[in-house]
Design a protein around this ligand. Structure first.
Ligand SMILES: NC(=O)c1ccc[n+]([C@@H]2O[C@H](COP(=O)([O-])OP(=O)(O)OC[C@H]3O[C@@H](n4cnc5c(N)ncnc54)[C@H](O)[C@@H]3O)[C@@H](O)[C@H]2O)c1
Length: 444
């Protein structure tokens, strides 16, 4: 099937390339000329493992192309995917400007009846709203609007798309349902469950899934704090509860709080949606609070721990100290720094008077541009040299595998605050480090 993908960001590019891989003919459109120029020149504008191979393959076999010309793309297809951004608006709602503008552009360009598949994460009611916008701006043609939320995780996006846990789509006509079944026919053979539902249910499934996962993260972080307060060990606790099949082990790893381009904005948007529907979700409201309190609390914890280690004034311990922050992306295997822990922790340390050097193999440039007064590098040794303390924020393999016995000599003081629980407290203590992790007793 010939499909246009409007929005060639993290989701649009992966979805477009994967749909091309399963045999469709995809034209990926973006208004960002630099991005399209890069793609046309064979470069991938984001870091995502395995993506370059399938993009190259799609381009070579003629199934995948790139353009900034939305009108021409819309004219040449019957099915149009919307994968534009839905960032957080200043009032916490989902900002639907990109979705609405794209809908107006599609209506203007339409040369026949079209089906619009909304892949962007949008609040309940948006697909119907897109239908109204299309109808208002083009009364000549008929538009089917379907909801098809995306569940891929950055860093594992290609495998998540190609081997999904499930495919969800919401439609309001049998014709639209038949087209969706044809688009995803490839997955029938692999017996991927397909949930065919209403527009509203499909839209809400995406928010509920993200909110539930965010709740798991917030829960284990609160348990880690409780372990710290009681002397229990959160790693053992996570195994002890995760082996219960009703709970499951995934997402039970303490860390610096959930971040990224989805959980923070989607949980907040869901609380507002629920309030406006006169059905407030106290659970999700608490998850949002818990996560923001957690990261603020970590800021204080880092400063207090460092003051103890350096035996300095507890009020202003960071003044003139050099702190190495390891990991700037919101998680490993991506260059995405949207709502990453680094964007909160590094400014906090800088505000307290520290000079901060951040290491990340893929996100150093983006973080350097986004965080005021941070120095960034793609070389671990450069970050560690002369550091008075090291703060670990992202679970990159390069950070997990650090040989601390070797790197200790680079540091000004052997102080490591590990907010991903990557190392053993016993090994770090044996090497002579003052080591803080989350919810695990300190080893002597
Ligand atoms: N990133 C993820 O991990 C992820 C996972 C699941 C769902 N989602 C959802 O998918 C959607 C897209 O997210 P993303 O991370 O890919 O965003 P992104 O910001 O990386 O990409 C959006 C792209 O759309 C382009 N765009 C906007 N309006 C356009 C228009 N009118 N014409 C052409 N191009 C246009 C932008 O230039 C940008 O390149 C969001 O709703 C997000 O919540 C994201």
């Amino acid at each position: 099937m010939k499909i246009a993908m409007i929005g060639t960001g993290y989701v649009g590019l992966v979805t477009g390339a994967c749909l091309a891989k399963i045999g469709h003919e995809i034209i990926c459109v973006d208004q960002d000329q630099t991005k399209i120029n890069a793609l046309c020149g064979g470069a991938i504008p984001i870091f995502e493992p395995g993506l370059k191979e399938i993009v190259d393959q799609g381009v070579q076999n003629g199934h995948l192309s790139f353009s900034t010309d939305l009108t021409q793309a819309v004219e040449s297809v019957d099915v149009i995917f919307l994968a534009v951004g839905t960032p957080q608006a200043s009032d916490g709602r989902s900002d639907l400007t990109q979705v609405e503008n794209a809908a107006k552009q599609i209506a203007k360009a339409a040369n026949g009846d079209k089906m619009i598949v909304v892949k962007s994460t949008v609040p309940v009611g948006t697909c119907r709203r897109v239908g109204r916008i299309l109808g208002k701006h083009d009364i000549e043609h008929a538009f089917h609007v379907t909801s098809n939320p995306e569940f891929l995780r950055e860093g594992d996006a290609v495998s998540d798309f190609m081997q999904p846990d499930r495919i969800v789509f919401g439609t309001n006509s049998t014709d639209a349902e038949a087209i969706m079944c044809e688009i995803y026919a490839h997955f029938e053979a692999t017996k991927v469950p397909v949930i065919k539902t209403s527009l509203e249910t499909s839209e809400l499934i995406k928010y509920s899934a993200n909110a539930f996962l965010a709740a798991k993260v917030a829960f284990i972080n609160e348990m880690a704090n409780l372990c710290d307060a009681t002397g229990a060990n959160v790693d053992d606790l996570a195994v002890g509860i995760g082996l219960d099949s009703r709970i499951g082990a995934a997402f039970l790893k303490p860390g610096p709080g959930y971040g990224g381009s989805c959980f923070p904005k989607d949980t907040l948007a869901l609380t507002i949606l629920a309030q406006e529907a006169d059905s407030p979700s106290r659970i999700i409201e608490s998850v949002v609070d818990s996560n923001s309190n957690h990261i603020r609390r970590l800021g204080r914890k880092i400063a207090d721990f460092c003051a103890d280690c350096w035996q300095t004034d507890k009020k202003h311990p960071m003044i003139d100290k050099r702190i190495a922050v390891l990991g700037l992306a919101f998680k490993a295997n991506t260059d995405d720094i949207r709502s990453a822990a680094s964007t909160v922790i590094a400014p906090l340390l800088i505000k307290q008077g520290a000079s901060v050097i951040g290491f990340d193999p893929e996100a150093a440039a983006a973080a350097g541009a986004a965080i005021d007064h941070i120095e960034t590098t793609t070389k671990i040794d450069e970050a560690l040299s002369g550091a008075d303390a090291v703060v670990v924020l992202t679970e990159w393999d390069a950070i997990k595998m650090i040989n601390w016995a070797e790197k200790k000599t680079l540091l000004n003081a052997p102080v490591v605050i590990d907010l991903r629980n990557l190392y053993s407290p016993e090994s770090m203590a044996k090497l002579g480090f003052q080591y803080l992790s989350l919810g695990r007793p300190t080893a002597e």
